[in-house]
Design a protein around this ligand. Sequence first.
Ligand code: ADP
Ligand code: MG
Length: 628
Amino acid sequence: MTKKQKKTLLRVILALALLLAVSLIDRLLPVPGWLALALYLVPYLTIGYDVLVKAGKGIRNRQPFDECFLMAVATIGAMALGEYREGVAVMLFYQIGELFQGVAVGRSRRSISDLMDIRPDSANLELEDGTFEETDPDDVPVGSVIVVQPGERIPIDGDILEGSATLDTAALTGESLPREVQAGDSVLSGCIDMTGVLRIRTTKEFGASTVSKILDLVENSSMKKARMENFITRFARYYTPAVCYGALALAILPPVAGLLTGGAANWGTWVYRALTFLVISCPCALVISIPLSFFGGIGGASSQGILVKGSNYLEALAETDCVVFDKTGTLTQGVFQVTEVHPADGLSRETLLERAALAESYSNHPISRSLKAAVGQEFTPGRVTDAEEVGGRGVTAQVDGRAVAVGNPRLMESLHIAYTPADAPGTVIHVAEEGRYLGYILISDVVKPNAKAAIAGLKAAGVTQTVMLTGDNQATAQAVAGELGIDQYYAQLLPGDKVERVEALLARQGKGKKLAFVGDGINDAPVLSRADVGIAMGALGSDAAIEAADIVLMDDDPAKISLAMQIARKTLSIVYENIVFALAVKALCLVLGAMGVANMWWAVFADVGVMVLAVLNAMRALRQRPSP
Ligand code: ADP
Ligand code: MG
């Protein structure tokens, strides 16, 4: 509890004791009316002075219609009617409700920051004379050497110079798979070093490191509001004044009608009913529980390594019925094995592989990484210049001053190079030098172990259409789609074609249904931003993907997609439950209040009770666990 909340709690206890004491005196002794009022005013002002002040400020600023106003009018009215005890009680319960809500919001905020407790406080900077200094991570320049001890969190992204260790990446991925690292590997900030001492050369500033990126993303997620939240804000803006005028009408019209028809006016009864009406109608349960539910959903998701950039995306994901996947690196591991090497006449296998790997030196594509790994040696820098990546086709570069092209048939065709068509299963990489065909390399990729289960999980979660887009050849696409149970696939697409495909799919979408695209962020950023929901996976370390996506899966497990969807659906159903429940109870009480069945005691219990239940329900969104 904060200081302010503790103070409110003290006031609640004090006012409650005073109210009991005053009631007792009122019961036992014959107190004159004016004295009773004076006595009840003591607990009333103790508990309600701040509400009265706020209501007064609202009136002065010409924005009177808020919940403080409702409470002030209702309780002052009750006191004026001589219902002193009710007047005090309404104020008391209103404050108890506010207190409860404040504590709940505080607790969920705290548990999210606990979940995301990855901000390092300091970095251990190595100085030139070999000594160390505790430094604010913000002040560590790129290229400095820092030392991380076992048990510490890596503060800044960098490369390991010395040492080896087991890292715990759970804070980033929600998965407690330990990762072994050694000298030469790059490491991401936020991981915990569990075993050895590491000397790390930083490759980024703290502000650009993974930890900062993730924290920014989570902290800004409340800026993007869901439709539901905007609706409730707008709703409250019209609702409260409407209720006030309704209460006014209830206080005036029936007595006037009574007088006109020659009966009694019964002013006291109707004014009391009108005041009850005001208490019941306080909209706080809705106004507070809906943002709290979304907040909880986003927090719960981040504890599973799923970062959602706003509640609007959580809402859209819950409405998604079509999921489009990129193939390489998303459904498949993107770790290719070289299975066959077919050099043209007079060329050795080694030369062919080496040419290809050299030309790929600067590429980050999974194919490129695999070719380089297959050759397994470091090249002297400077042998390769003018490297250029042709999206969806391959790469071209100058290797030892000669133009080398490495890529698929499309690349060869665009360069007018005759190539040997290969009909083998797998991805075919053709290589040419100075316009002369050198042969091809056959590589194959394997699907991720969870991919098939992930597709099945999505279908179980209500996705009706799964689509795979790939720049790879028809045969490979067909094999992968068939193996995974994907409904539709499109092969041989350039990055631009993928955008067009997604646009065509979007145009076919039913009203109110959303399309999600899942990619690995390598040359599919345009599609990620074009889809209703862009999901980037394996995004640890890929800045482009973190930028372009709406939802970021920290590790590259495709099963996280259906988990994200379950979380989104659960959050949305909590939101709907709260709206329906709160409105139904309010409507019922309003009718009963207007008819005179419900008195002010009912009203205040209905109001506070609904809010407490709605908030407790909202807190459920925070607890997200993958269903087995
Ligand atoms: P996907 O759509 O499956 O993610 P990409 O669009 O990244 O695949 O690439 C499509 C095709 O383009 C690959 O199957 C390959 O034939 C070719 N290609 C792309 N980048 C490279 C590269 N760096 N080296 C060789 N071939 C490449
Ligand atoms: Mg790709």
